[in-house]
Design a protein around this ligand. Structure first.
Ligand code: ZN
Length: 225
């Protein structure tokens, strides 16, 4: 049998080039999305490990919380090897050096809760409430912060009694213990954002997405600020 060599026609070549161009275009569009999701997943895993470490810390410290999350890493802390990376969200290009936690300044200054090398906002810190936070009023009318109250104490109270004027306990699965704001860039008005882009470790150690003003998401009768 005689074999004949078949040359590509110009049309066939153009079709191949067009298909390659389309596939390349799809890849270029998909790769950043996949990268973003991989970083979300790593942050989720970090928060999960932080939650386990906090649980162990509490067992060893009569239910108390540490001053900051650096207190749960080595050599004496609960987080083992690689603890430095566990406290950094992969979206955080400052590598834990931004005291704003990627929140706009207009949302209030929480820099007293910042420690270098940690991307995450730890809301149950044993840090004393600052003058700015003093005066929080909870659903039973109690005002906090007058006498050496800590963030941890105030948060425990908020969990149990809710926000004024909607007196009901928050579900522990919708009450943030540790928060990550690095998954998008926020504008001043985005605290009312409808799409949940803050990744949280909840009080019951589950992980969930919330809007910045999580109180409204947990209890819609609490109005947006
Ligand atoms: Zn994160």
């Amino acid at each position: 049998m005689r074999l004949t060599r078949h040359a590509f026609t110009l049309i066939e070549l153009l079709v191949v080039v067009a298909i390659i161009a389309i596939l390349a275009g799809i890849s270029l569009a998909v790769i950043p999305m996949v990268r973003h999701q991989a970083k979300d997943t790593k942050c989720n895993s970090n928060l999960h490990q932080v939650g386990l470490a906090l649980a162990v810390y509490q067992q060893d410290n009569e239910g108390g919380f540490p001053y900051n999350l650096n207190n749960i890493k080595g050599p004496d802390g609960v987080l083992g090897e690689g603890a430095d990376a566990v406290l950094l969200c992969p979206h955080d290009e400052s590598k834990g050096q931004s005291s704003s936690f990627n929140r706009p300044p207009s949302w209030g200054d929480l820099s007293e809760l910042f420690t270098p090398g940690c991307s995450y906002l730890f809301e149950a810190s044993s840090h004393l409430l600052t003058d700015e936070e003093k005066g929080w009023t909870f659903a039973d009318g109690t005002t906090w912060g007058s006498q050496g109250d800590t963030w941890a104490k105030a948060k425990q109270y908020q969990l149990n009694f809710g926000n004024s004027p909607s007196p009901s306990a928050f579900p522990a699965s919708a009450f943030p213990l540790v928060r990550c704001f690095w998954h998008r860039t926020w504008g001043d008005d985005d605290h009312r954002a409808a799409s949940p882009k803050v990744l949280n470790l909840a009080w019951d150690l589950s992980i969930y997405w919330s809007i910045p003003f999580w109180e409204h998401q947990a209890n819609p009768s609490i109005p947006m600020p």
